[in-house]
Design a protein around this ligand. Sequence first.
Ligand SMILES: Cc1cc2nc3c(=O)[nH]c(=O)nc-3n(C[C@H](O)[C@H](O)[C@H](O)COP(=O)(O)OP(=O)(O)OC[C@H]3O[C@@H](n4cnc5c(N)ncnc54)[C@H](O)[C@@H]3O)c2cc1C
Length: 406
Amino acid sequence: MRNEYDVVIAGGGLNGPALGLALADAGLRVAVVDAAPERARADDSFDGRAYALALASVRLLGGIGVCDGLAETAQPIRKVIARQGRGTEIGPFGLYFDANEIEEGVLGQMLEDRFLYRALLGAMRDRLTHIPETQVVGEAADAGGIDVSLSDGRILRARLLVGADGRRSGVAKRAGIRRSGHDYGQTALVAALDQEIPHDGAAHQIFLPTGPLAVLPLKGDRSSIVWSLKRDRAQVIGGLGDEDFLSVLGQQIEAITGKVTLAGPRFSYPLNLTLANSYIAERVALIGDAAHGVHPIAGQGLNLGLRDVGALAECVVEAARNGEDIGFATTLDRYQGWRRFDSTSLALGMDGVNGLFSNDNPVLRGMRGLGMGAVNAVPALRRRFMRTAAGLNIDPMPRLLAGKAL
Ligand SMILES: Cc1cc2nc3c(=O)[nH]c(=O)nc-3n(C[C@H](O)[C@H](O)[C@H](O)COP(=O)(O)OP(=O)(O)OC[C@H]3O[C@@H](n4cnc5c(N)ncnc54)[C@H](O)[C@@H]3O)c2cc1C
């Protein structure tokens, strides 16, 4: 059986559905194929992950019509506080961003994976063809289109195949796209916590000698922690029973959170950097983690992916409106030119920040303290960093991220 689409997207995680919805809204026929069963990710126990979404990313979600249902579960980020070591003192060598200093009044929103995924899933049901529990296993491009083979034997014919199939992208591999990167030798321990002291919308980044620990505000008196540790140490701490784990974690954060208890299961993610050496091939484009898997230190992975979504949607829709073949190299070159430099420089920036902040070398400790203190002391510089964190300095800014229609 052969079905005709304009775009087939391999991968129904977060970036794949977001792109699919943007394109479907513009009148394109879209299929999103996902290896995972529909219910798995919508389940409360699937993944403890929560995302610090920049304001620009939130605008894109609004533009594809998935924000309304999320408002109740989203926590506005009103402050970002970075400091070295535990305690409540920010001191002269820390950073304090207050969203009141920028006119938007908020830096972004914290969203839990399960709620975001459910919102995307619901929207996909109404607006495009969603094929769960099925893998994309092959593709063959020709002058007129691309045949996409599925694990159930179906072949979908499209003009363009988008690889949104994550860090181990099979689409990229089969297209001969190589990857660069390295293993960080770190594991992130992730958990949701109930806390005694209200967080007041503050996101904390605590630079400990063992590695960075983020305490991110969720709706209610609840936080999500992402604690990046050297792998052997992560194994020891991650292997502790809940009570002992909370006791070790509590020593690091209770000055700001008060007493904490677990609000759900704990998770761990091995961390690596993986960058595709090209974002495009014949009738193929990569987005999200398939194009760039980065360190979670600044919570930028999904934000970067949504920038890809905004840029690729704009390139494809413009080509379609001009009567061009949306899978042609001109459209794909424009997308790659727009996104690759931005993602690579940010990924390498995060790489450097992680290297600088994940050790206890006294010289580096002094340097990073001076760096943070200098930014904090100059209001104009501080505002500039805040606008960058909110995703408001992207140039050129994709329309969906600027809150405009495609
Ligand atoms: C601990 C941690 C904390 C993070 N915190 C943040 C944060 O605060 N802010 C932020 O912006 N980002 C954050 N990130 C990054 C973010 O989680 C990722 O960037 C994002 O989830 C990537 O989404 P994706 O849709 O590109 O890929 P994925 O979510 O990996 O989805 C890929 C999908 O492809 C499917 N698939 C794979 N192979 C096939 C195939 N052959 N056929 C069909 N489907 C296939 C899979 O089933 C999966 O559903 C964090 C990451 C980690 C590990």
